[in-house]
Design a protein around this ligand. Sequence first.
Ligand SMILES: Cc1ncc(COP(=O)(O)O)c(C=O)c1O
Length: 414
Amino acid sequence: MYELLNKMSDNIKSGSRKDLFKLLNESSQYDVTISKSRNRVFIDKNGKEIIDFASGNYLGFDKRQEELLPSAIQAVKDYGLHTGRARLTGHYGLCLELEARLARFIRAEDALIVTNTFLGSIGIIPALLEENDLVVMDKAAHAIMFHGAQLARDKGAILKSYPHDDLDQLETLLKTHQHARHKLICLDGVYSITGNYVRLAEIQAIAHKYNAILFVDDAHGFGMLGNTVKSQNPYGDGSGIVNYLDLSYDNILYIAGTAKNMGCAMAFAGVSKKLKNTLLAFSKPLDYSQQPIPFAFGLLNAGLDLLAQEGDVLKIKIHGMVQELLAGLAQLGFETFCQNGFPIVSVKIPNTEMLTTFSKILYSDYGLFVTSCPYPTMPKGSECIRMTITAMNEPWQLKKIIQAFSDYKEEILL
Ligand SMILES: Cc1ncc(COP(=O)(O)O)c(C=O)c1O
Protein backbone atom coordinates (compact mmCIF):
# COMPACT_ATOMS: atom_id res chain seq x y z
CA MET A 1 0.00 0.00 0.00
CA TYR A 2 1.20 3.51 -0.84
CA GLU A 3 4.44 2.19 -2.34
CA LEU A 4 4.43 4.77 -5.13
CA LEU A 5 3.47 7.63 -2.85
CA ASN A 6 6.20 6.76 -0.38
CA LYS A 7 8.78 6.41 -3.14
CA MET A 8 7.77 9.82 -4.41
CA SER A 9 8.09 11.17 -0.88
CA ASP A 10 11.68 9.89 -0.68
CA ASN A 11 12.56 11.35 -4.04
CA ILE A 12 11.28 14.84 -3.32
CA LYS A 13 13.41 15.02 -0.21
CA SER A 14 16.33 15.67 -2.51
CA GLY A 15 17.15 19.14 -3.79
CA SER A 16 17.61 22.39 -1.97
CA ARG A 17 15.15 21.80 0.88
CA LYS A 18 16.69 18.46 1.83
CA ASP A 19 19.32 19.92 4.16
CA LEU A 20 16.82 22.24 5.75
CA PHE A 21 14.40 19.41 6.34
CA LYS A 22 17.11 17.30 7.96
CA LEU A 23 18.34 20.18 10.14
CA LEU A 24 14.88 21.09 11.33
CA ASN A 25 14.23 17.49 12.29
CA GLU A 26 17.48 17.38 14.23
CA SER A 27 16.85 20.64 16.06
CA SER A 28 13.82 19.19 17.91
CA GLN A 29 12.18 22.60 17.40
CA TYR A 30 10.17 21.28 14.50
CA ASP A 31 6.54 20.19 14.19
CA VAL A 32 6.20 20.51 17.95
CA THR A 33 2.90 19.34 19.44
CA ILE A 34 1.37 22.21 21.36
CA SER A 35 -1.25 21.55 24.02
CA LYS A 36 -3.78 23.97 25.44
CA SER A 37 -1.62 26.74 26.80
CA ARG A 38 -1.73 29.75 29.06
CA ASN A 39 0.64 32.68 28.77
CA ARG A 40 2.69 30.92 26.12
CA VAL A 41 3.45 27.92 28.32
CA PHE A 42 2.39 24.60 26.88
CA ILE A 43 2.98 20.93 27.56
CA ASP A 44 4.54 19.05 24.65
CA LYS A 45 3.84 15.46 23.65
CA ASN A 46 6.41 14.18 26.16
CA GLY A 47 4.72 16.03 29.01
CA LYS A 48 7.43 18.68 29.12
CA GLU A 49 6.60 22.29 29.98
CA ILE A 50 7.71 24.60 27.17
CA ILE A 51 7.74 28.40 26.93
CA ASP A 52 6.76 29.61 23.50
CA PHE A 53 8.99 32.23 21.88
CA ALA A 54 8.12 31.12 18.37
CA SER A 55 4.66 32.58 18.00
CA GLY A 56 3.92 35.48 15.69
CA ASN A 57 0.94 36.60 17.76
CA TYR A 58 2.71 39.68 19.12
CA LEU A 59 -0.40 41.21 20.68
CA GLY A 60 -1.55 37.90 22.13
CA PHE A 61 -4.99 38.12 20.55
CA ASP A 62 -4.79 34.39 19.81
CA LYS A 63 -5.49 33.86 23.52
CA ARG A 64 -8.23 36.48 23.89
CA GLN A 65 -11.07 34.08 23.12
CA GLU A 66 -13.32 35.65 25.71
CA GLU A 67 -13.19 39.08 24.11
CA LEU A 68 -13.15 38.00 20.46
CA LEU A 69 -15.54 35.05 20.36
CA PRO A 70 -18.88 36.84 20.89
CA SER A 71 -18.48 38.87 17.71
CA ALA A 72 -17.35 35.80 15.76
CA ILE A 73 -20.34 33.79 17.02
CA GLN A 74 -22.71 36.65 16.21
CA ALA A 75 -21.37 36.73 12.64
CA VAL A 76 -22.08 32.99 12.33
CA LYS A 77 -25.58 33.45 13.78
CA ASP A 78 -26.27 36.25 11.32
CA TYR A 79 -24.72 34.78 8.18
CA GLY A 80 -24.17 31.05 8.70
CA LEU A 81 -20.96 29.09 8.84
CA HIS A 82 -19.77 29.44 5.32
CA THR A 83 -20.41 31.37 2.13
CA GLY A 84 -19.83 28.25 0.06
CA ARG A 85 -18.72 30.20 -2.99
CA ALA A 86 -15.74 32.02 -4.40
CA ARG A 87 -15.53 35.74 -3.73
CA LEU A 88 -15.90 36.58 -7.40
CA THR A 89 -19.40 35.18 -7.44
CA GLY A 90 -20.75 36.59 -4.19
CA HIS A 91 -20.01 37.88 -0.73
CA TYR A 92 -21.82 38.78 2.48
CA GLY A 93 -22.46 42.39 3.40
CA LEU A 94 -20.29 41.77 6.44
CA CYS A 95 -17.29 41.25 4.17
CA LEU A 96 -17.79 44.64 2.48
CA GLU A 97 -18.35 46.37 5.83
CA LEU A 98 -15.11 44.92 7.11
CA GLU A 99 -13.24 45.94 3.97
CA ALA A 100 -14.53 49.50 4.38
CA ARG A 101 -13.43 49.48 8.03
CA LEU A 102 -9.98 48.16 7.16
CA ALA A 103 -9.56 50.76 4.41
CA ARG A 104 -10.51 53.57 6.83
CA PHE A 105 -8.13 52.24 9.43
CA ILE A 106 -5.09 51.95 7.18
CA ARG A 107 -6.14 55.09 5.23
CA ALA A 108 -6.28 53.41 1.83
CA GLU A 109 -8.99 54.06 -0.71
CA ASP A 110 -10.35 50.51 -0.40
CA ALA A 111 -9.46 47.06 0.87
CA LEU A 112 -9.82 43.58 -0.57
CA ILE A 113 -10.05 40.65 1.82
CA VAL A 114 -8.14 37.51 0.83
CA THR A 115 -7.81 34.15 2.56
CA ASN A 116 -4.21 34.66 3.66
CA THR A 117 -1.14 36.53 2.46
CA PHE A 118 0.12 33.50 0.56
CA LEU A 119 -3.01 33.30 -1.58
CA GLY A 120 -2.96 37.10 -1.75
CA SER A 121 0.56 37.08 -3.19
CA ILE A 122 0.17 34.23 -5.60
CA GLY A 123 -3.14 35.70 -6.70
CA ILE A 124 -2.36 39.38 -6.97
CA ILE A 125 1.23 39.48 -8.31
CA PRO A 126 0.56 37.41 -11.45
CA ALA A 127 -2.79 39.15 -11.94
CA LEU A 128 -0.97 42.45 -12.34
CA LEU A 129 1.88 41.44 -14.62
CA GLU A 130 2.17 40.15 -18.15
CA GLU A 131 4.68 39.95 -20.96
CA ASN A 132 7.23 42.81 -20.95
CA ASP A 133 6.45 43.69 -17.36
CA LEU A 134 9.05 43.56 -14.61
CA VAL A 135 8.89 42.10 -11.12
CA VAL A 136 11.80 42.83 -8.79
CA MET A 137 12.39 41.07 -5.49
CA ASP A 138 14.49 42.12 -2.54
CA LYS A 139 16.40 38.87 -1.95
CA ALA A 140 15.25 38.80 1.68
CA ALA A 141 11.59 39.32 0.77
CA HIS A 142 9.29 36.57 2.00
CA ALA A 143 9.20 33.46 -0.18
CA ILE A 144 5.47 33.77 -0.83
CA MET A 145 6.08 36.83 -3.01
CA PHE A 146 8.69 34.89 -4.92
CA HIS A 147 6.06 32.25 -5.68
CA GLY A 148 3.76 34.99 -6.95
CA ALA A 149 6.60 36.41 -9.03
CA GLN A 150 7.33 33.00 -10.55
CA LEU A 151 3.73 32.78 -11.71
CA ALA A 152 4.11 36.25 -13.25
CA ARG A 153 7.27 35.00 -14.99
CA ASP A 154 5.25 32.11 -16.41
CA LYS A 155 3.08 34.78 -18.07
CA GLY A 156 6.15 36.37 -19.64
CA ALA A 157 7.14 38.96 -17.05
CA ILE A 158 10.85 39.47 -16.32
CA LEU A 159 11.83 38.41 -12.79
CA LYS A 160 14.91 40.01 -11.18
CA SER A 161 16.23 40.26 -7.64
CA TYR A 162 18.74 42.41 -5.82
CA PRO A 163 20.77 41.90 -2.62
CA HIS A 164 18.79 42.78 0.48
CA ASP A 165 18.39 46.52 0.92
CA ASP A 166 20.92 47.37 -1.82
CA LEU A 167 19.08 50.35 -3.23
CA ASP A 168 21.79 51.11 -5.81
CA GLN A 169 21.27 47.67 -7.30
CA LEU A 170 17.53 48.19 -7.21
CA GLU A 171 17.87 51.43 -9.11
CA THR A 172 20.21 49.83 -11.64
CA LEU A 173 17.62 47.12 -12.31
CA LEU A 174 14.85 49.67 -12.73
CA LYS A 175 17.00 51.74 -15.06
CA THR A 176 18.00 48.71 -17.15
CA HIS A 177 14.36 47.71 -17.53
CA GLN A 178 12.90 51.20 -17.60
CA HIS A 179 10.91 50.42 -20.75
CA ALA A 180 9.01 47.59 -19.10
CA ARG A 181 5.31 48.48 -19.17
CA HIS A 182 4.62 47.81 -15.47
CA LYS A 183 7.24 47.42 -12.76
CA LEU A 184 6.52 45.86 -9.39
CA ILE A 185 8.98 45.76 -6.48
CA CYS A 186 8.26 43.14 -3.80
CA LEU A 187 9.27 43.90 -0.23
CA ASP A 188 8.46 42.96 3.35
CA GLY A 189 7.25 45.79 5.61
CA VAL A 190 9.01 44.13 8.53
CA TYR A 191 11.59 41.48 7.66
CA SER A 192 10.45 38.31 9.29
CA ILE A 193 13.84 37.06 10.44
CA THR A 194 15.61 40.27 11.45
CA GLY A 195 12.52 42.19 12.54
CA ASN A 196 13.89 45.25 10.76
CA TYR A 197 11.75 47.72 8.85
CA VAL A 198 11.95 48.28 5.14
CA ARG A 199 13.47 51.61 4.04
CA LEU A 200 10.19 52.46 2.42
CA ALA A 201 10.58 56.22 2.01
CA GLU A 202 13.82 55.82 0.06
CA ILE A 203 12.48 52.93 -2.02
CA GLN A 204 9.26 54.77 -2.74
CA ALA A 205 11.24 57.76 -4.04
CA ILE A 206 13.32 55.53 -6.33
CA ALA A 207 10.18 53.75 -7.52
CA HIS A 208 8.57 57.08 -8.40
CA LYS A 209 11.48 57.92 -10.70
CA TYR A 210 10.78 54.79 -12.75
CA ASN A 211 6.99 54.59 -12.42
CA ALA A 212 7.32 51.43 -10.38
CA ILE A 213 4.81 50.10 -7.84
CA LEU A 214 5.75 48.67 -4.46
CA PHE A 215 4.10 45.47 -3.28
CA VAL A 216 4.56 45.68 0.48
CA ASP A 217 3.84 42.58 2.57
CA ASP A 218 3.12 43.83 6.09
CA ALA A 219 2.23 40.45 7.63
CA HIS A 220 4.12 41.34 10.81
CA GLY A 221 3.56 45.09 10.88
CA PHE A 222 -0.23 45.28 10.61
CA GLY A 223 -1.65 45.53 14.12
CA MET A 224 1.77 46.34 15.61
CA LEU A 225 3.09 49.34 13.70
CA GLY A 226 1.18 52.39 12.62
CA ASN A 227 0.47 56.03 13.06
CA THR A 228 2.34 57.22 16.14
CA VAL A 229 0.72 60.64 16.45
CA LYS A 230 -1.81 59.77 19.14
CA SER A 231 -0.17 56.55 20.30
CA GLN A 232 1.41 56.37 23.70
CA ASN A 233 3.53 53.49 22.51
CA PRO A 234 6.56 53.55 20.24
CA TYR A 235 5.08 51.19 17.65
CA GLY A 236 1.93 53.14 16.79
CA ASP A 237 -1.76 52.37 16.38
CA GLY A 238 -1.42 49.19 14.28
CA SER A 239 -2.51 50.70 10.97
CA GLY A 240 0.65 49.41 9.33
CA ILE A 241 4.14 50.30 8.18
CA VAL A 242 3.03 52.91 5.61
CA ASN A 243 1.37 54.98 8.34
CA TYR A 244 4.22 54.32 10.77
CA LEU A 245 6.57 55.93 8.25
CA ASP A 246 4.01 58.64 7.46
CA LEU A 247 3.96 57.84 3.73
CA SER A 248 1.16 57.80 1.19
CA TYR A 249 -0.13 54.77 -0.73
CA ASP A 250 0.37 56.60 -3.98
CA ASN A 251 2.45 53.86 -5.63
CA ILE A 252 2.05 51.20 -2.92
CA LEU A 253 -0.01 48.04 -3.08
CA TYR A 254 -0.21 47.09 0.58
CA ILE A 255 -0.96 43.57 1.77
CA ALA A 256 -1.46 42.77 5.44
CA GLY A 257 -1.90 39.50 7.24
CA THR A 258 -4.23 39.40 10.21
CA ALA A 259 -3.00 35.96 11.29
CA LYS A 260 -0.19 37.31 13.42
CA ASN A 261 -1.56 40.27 15.29
CA MET A 262 -5.32 39.96 15.14
CA GLY A 263 -5.72 36.33 16.13
CA CYS A 264 -7.52 35.66 12.90
CA ALA A 265 -6.11 33.72 9.94
CA MET A 266 -6.96 36.04 7.07
CA ALA A 267 -5.39 38.88 5.06
CA PHE A 268 -6.33 41.91 3.01
CA ALA A 269 -4.85 44.23 0.44
CA GLY A 270 -5.01 48.02 0.59
CA VAL A 271 -5.89 49.11 -2.94
CA SER A 272 -7.63 51.71 -5.06
CA LYS A 273 -11.31 51.05 -5.85
CA LYS A 274 -10.49 50.56 -9.50
CA LEU A 275 -7.71 48.05 -8.84
CA LYS A 276 -9.98 46.16 -6.43
CA ASN A 277 -12.48 45.54 -9.21
CA THR A 278 -9.76 44.37 -11.53
CA LEU A 279 -8.29 42.04 -8.93
CA LEU A 280 -11.70 40.55 -8.23
CA ALA A 281 -11.81 39.42 -11.82
CA PHE A 282 -8.15 38.60 -12.40
CA SER A 283 -6.77 37.17 -9.14
CA LYS A 284 -7.27 33.44 -9.56
CA PRO A 285 -7.81 32.40 -5.89
CA LEU A 286 -10.76 34.83 -5.74
CA ASP A 287 -12.34 32.89 -8.56
CA TYR A 288 -11.23 29.29 -8.06
CA SER A 289 -11.19 28.98 -4.29
CA GLN A 290 -13.23 29.64 -1.16
CA GLN A 291 -13.29 32.95 0.66
CA PRO A 292 -12.85 33.40 4.43
CA ILE A 293 -15.77 32.41 6.64
CA PRO A 294 -18.11 34.77 8.57
CA PHE A 295 -16.54 33.57 11.83
CA ALA A 296 -13.23 35.10 10.70
CA PHE A 297 -14.90 38.39 9.74
CA GLY A 298 -16.46 38.57 13.21
CA LEU A 299 -13.11 37.79 14.86
CA LEU A 300 -11.32 40.51 12.95
CA ASN A 301 -14.01 43.09 13.72
CA ALA A 302 -13.63 42.35 17.42
CA GLY A 303 -9.85 42.28 17.08
CA LEU A 304 -9.89 45.80 15.65
CA ASP A 305 -12.01 46.93 18.63
CA LEU A 306 -9.61 45.30 21.08
CA LEU A 307 -6.65 46.89 19.32
CA ALA A 308 -8.19 50.33 19.77
CA GLN A 309 -8.94 49.63 23.46
CA GLU A 310 -5.77 47.89 24.59
CA GLY A 311 -3.15 48.35 21.88
CA ASP A 312 -1.18 50.98 23.78
CA VAL A 313 -0.99 49.04 27.03
CA LEU A 314 -0.01 45.80 25.30
CA LYS A 315 2.61 47.45 23.15
CA ILE A 316 4.18 49.31 26.06
CA LYS A 317 4.52 45.92 27.79
CA ILE A 318 6.01 44.32 24.65
CA HIS A 319 8.42 47.20 24.16
CA GLY A 320 9.63 46.90 27.75
CA MET A 321 10.28 43.17 27.35
CA VAL A 322 12.09 43.62 24.03
CA GLN A 323 14.36 46.26 25.57
CA GLU A 324 15.06 44.00 28.53
CA LEU A 325 15.96 41.05 26.33
CA LEU A 326 18.15 43.13 24.03
CA ALA A 327 19.98 44.66 26.99
CA GLY A 328 20.55 41.25 28.58
CA LEU A 329 21.89 39.73 25.37
CA ALA A 330 24.09 42.75 24.64
CA GLN A 331 25.53 42.61 28.14
CA LEU A 332 26.55 39.02 27.48
CA GLY A 333 28.17 40.07 24.19
CA PHE A 334 25.62 38.59 21.79
CA GLU A 335 24.83 40.32 18.54
CA THR A 336 21.25 40.56 17.29
CA PHE A 337 19.82 41.90 14.03
CA CYS A 338 17.31 44.08 15.86
CA GLN A 339 17.60 47.72 14.74
CA ASN A 340 14.09 48.99 15.29
CA GLY A 341 12.97 47.34 18.52
CA PHE A 342 10.33 45.19 16.83
CA PRO A 343 9.52 42.10 18.95
CA ILE A 344 11.57 39.78 16.75
CA VAL A 345 14.93 39.23 18.40
CA SER A 346 17.31 37.08 16.35
CA VAL A 347 20.67 36.19 17.83
CA LYS A 348 23.48 35.42 15.42
CA ILE A 349 25.00 31.96 15.87
CA PRO A 350 28.36 31.34 14.14
CA ASN A 351 27.40 28.29 12.09
CA THR A 352 24.60 25.87 11.34
CA GLU A 353 26.10 23.01 13.36
CA MET A 354 26.20 25.11 16.49
CA LEU A 355 22.74 26.44 15.76
CA THR A 356 21.34 22.91 15.63
CA THR A 357 23.10 21.86 18.82
CA PHE A 358 22.12 24.98 20.76
CA SER A 359 18.49 24.98 19.67
CA LYS A 360 18.25 21.36 20.83
CA ILE A 361 19.68 22.37 24.21
CA LEU A 362 17.31 25.35 24.45
CA TYR A 363 14.37 23.00 23.99
CA SER A 364 15.45 20.04 26.09
CA ASP A 365 17.33 21.73 28.95
CA TYR A 366 15.59 25.09 29.21
CA GLY A 367 12.13 24.33 27.80
CA LEU A 368 12.34 27.16 25.26
CA PHE A 369 10.58 26.95 21.92
CA VAL A 370 12.38 29.25 19.47
CA THR A 371 12.82 29.37 15.70
CA SER A 372 16.04 28.02 14.23
CA CYS A 373 17.09 29.84 11.08
CA PRO A 374 19.84 27.75 9.48
CA TYR A 375 21.43 28.08 6.08
CA PRO A 376 19.80 28.21 3.46
CA THR A 377 17.01 30.11 5.27
CA MET A 378 19.75 32.62 6.08
CA PRO A 379 23.01 33.25 4.21
CA LYS A 380 26.05 31.39 5.59
CA GLY A 381 27.48 33.37 8.51
CA SER A 382 24.09 34.90 9.38
CA GLU A 383 22.47 31.79 10.86
CA CYS A 384 20.43 32.75 13.87
CA ILE A 385 18.01 31.80 16.62
CA ARG A 386 14.87 33.86 16.35
CA MET A 387 12.70 34.69 19.33
CA THR A 388 9.41 36.52 19.09
CA ILE A 389 8.13 38.36 22.15
CA THR A 390 4.41 38.63 22.62
CA ALA A 391 2.12 40.36 25.09
CA MET A 392 1.37 36.88 26.47
CA ASN A 393 4.99 36.29 27.45
CA GLU A 394 6.08 37.34 30.91
CA PRO A 395 9.33 38.96 32.07
CA TRP A 396 10.29 35.84 34.08
CA GLN A 397 10.27 33.88 30.84
CA LEU A 398 12.82 36.25 29.31
CA LYS A 399 15.14 35.58 32.21
CA LYS A 400 15.27 31.94 31.10
CA ILE A 401 16.51 33.00 27.66
CA ILE A 402 19.20 35.21 29.18
CA GLN A 403 20.21 32.36 31.51
CA ALA A 404 20.54 29.90 28.62
CA PHE A 405 22.63 32.27 26.54
CA SER A 406 24.73 33.10 29.56
CA ASP A 407 25.37 29.40 30.32
CA TYR A 408 26.51 28.72 26.74
CA LYS A 409 28.23 32.05 26.13
CA GLU A 410 31.74 30.56 25.89
CA GLU A 411 30.72 27.91 23.35
CA ILE A 412 28.67 30.23 21.14
CA LEU A 413 30.86 33.30 21.17
CA LEU A 414 33.88 31.08 20.45
C1 LIG B 1 6.49 38.55 5.62
C2 LIG B 1 5.51 37.43 5.68
N1 LIG B 1 4.50 37.38 4.82
C3 LIG B 1 3.57 36.41 4.87
C4 LIG B 1 3.62 35.40 5.79
C5 LIG B 1 2.56 34.34 5.78
O1 LIG B 1 1.37 34.89 6.19
P1 LIG B 1 -0.02 34.11 6.10
O2 LIG B 1 -0.01 33.16 7.22
O3 LIG B 1 -1.04 35.17 6.23
O4 LIG B 1 -0.06 33.42 4.78
C6 LIG B 1 4.64 35.39 6.71
C7 LIG B 1 4.69 34.29 7.70
O5 LIG B 1 5.40 34.14 8.56
C8 LIG B 1 5.61 36.42 6.67
O6 LIG B 1 6.63 36.44 7.53
